[in-house]
Design a protein around this ligand. Structure first.
Ligand SMILES: Nc1ncnc2c1ncn2[C@@H]1O[C@H](COP(=O)(O)OP(=O)(O)OP(=O)(O)O)[C@@H](O)[C@H]1O
Length: 210
């Protein structure tokens, strides 16, 4: 039997909100969908170690990140996770190259997928390297944000509605880059979105958080 890539079963509490979320999947690229406020971002936060579930277990790619029953709670900085936010969250006072290199390990991973050259090529951002962040389009910003997440040589990528702030034209521009990322970098990915079109184009399986 195929081993699951994602095995998640967590109770999440944020203020007065609580939900139990279960995802068991043998697919490498999954999408989480569901109405606003059902806890999709909270699941990503729990995977990244930014929010501690009140109960449960998170195992991804055979690696246990959290298990309340046996006291495992790997610190966020050791989880090797790349996180791409809705709004990019880049540093406006730094140029693209400095943003990419921010947080990159001092010693190269040796994996060409995570070298500066490899990532710049993958995402087509060579012409942007010396540009300031505040002059970039929304789609360019998100490609840089994805590049920065990759430079940390992650074992898993979390993408929280990365297209939601973009207009139709920019969305159409960025989608093929996301597909390229999915196929060429070949990491497990969790993609949160409200758009059935995006999830159909990017994910191998879609899970509803209710
Ligand atoms: N820091 C917090 N303190 C209190 N409540 C919070 C906090 N963060 C999130 N919540 C609440 O937890 C619930 C789930 O939020 P979450 O952002 O995970 O939902 P979501 O499904 O990602 O929503 P959306 O689709 O609108 O982004 C919401 O009701 C939200 O208001």
């Amino acid at each position: 039997m195929k081993q699951p890539v994602f095995s998640i079963d967590v109770d999440l509490v944020r203020g007065t909100f609580w939900n139990t979320v279960r995802v068991e999947s043998t697919h490498r690229v999954i999408a989480l969908v569901g109405a606003s406020g059902t806890g999709k971002t909270s699941v990503l936060h729990a995977i990244a170690g930014l929010v501690r579930p009140t109960r449960g277990r998170i195992v991804i790619g055979g690696r246990c990140l959290f298990d309340s029953a046996i006291g495992i709670d790997e610190p966020a900085h050791l989880r090797r996770i790349g996180y791409v936010f809705q709004d990019g969250r880049l540093f406006p006072h730094l140029d693209v190259r400095a943003n990419l290199l921010y947080g990159a390990p001092r010693r190269a991973s040796g994996d060409a997928r995570f070298s500066l050259e490899g990532i710049v090529d993958l995402l087509g951002i060579a012409p942007l390297l010396a540009r300031r962040i505040d002059g970039l389009s929304g789609g360019e910003l998100q490609r840089v944000a994805i590049g920065r997440a990759l430079l940390s040589a992650p074992e898993l990528l979390l993408l929280d509605e990365p297209l939601s702030m973009l207009d139709r034209k920019r969305k159409d521009e960025l989608l093929p880059w996301l597909q390229r990322l999915r196929d060429e970098v070949a990491l497990p990915m969790v993609y949160v979105s409200h758009s059935p079109e995006e999830t159909a184009r990017l994910a191998d399986a879609v899970y509803r958080v209710d």
